[in-house]
Design a protein around this ligand. Sequence first.
Ligand code: NI
Length: 187
Amino acid sequence: MAILPIVTYGHPALRKKAERVSPGENVRDLVEDMFETMRNAQGIGLAANQVGVLKRVIVMDVSPMEEYKDEKPRVLINPEIISHTGEWELEEGCLSIPAVRDVVTRSENVHIKYLDLDFDEQELEAEGVPGRVILHEIDHLNGILFIDHLSPGRRKFHKGILLDIKRGDLDIPYPVIGSQEEEVRNS
Ligand code: NI
């Protein structure tokens, strides 16, 4: 297992649509590394785009939260939303956009289907924080960030810190790859 660097705001992988995992494709090592990476950064959800891998793979574990301590860690491969209902507001953050938090309105209940690590099809109905994490992470697979859901005014409010992240001027307590480094690697 390895802790992978998390790509931060401005990195192109966060704006790309991840591709479906083919049946039988081996993603076990990726999933193990993603769990280790997420836990090291004290996150509760991580999408493969965030480690620069454009595959539709999500890991989540909300059990560090007292209210959800009995929830099992989950791996969601090729997740698809079957239906969603309701609406609620909750403050969100993102390991790729450290130090930015804001209130996002999303569906309250979500019904998804996905493949587990054995490529067996599963269905899940989730609400509360687990449902919230699923919607946030599925957004990542589609190149969408939580700040995209904010009003222009709220985005403007966060502009300074977003610029700091892009420039690599923010101290982040876990390994990251910023947009600057991506430019360096490509040059
Ligand atoms: Ni995120």
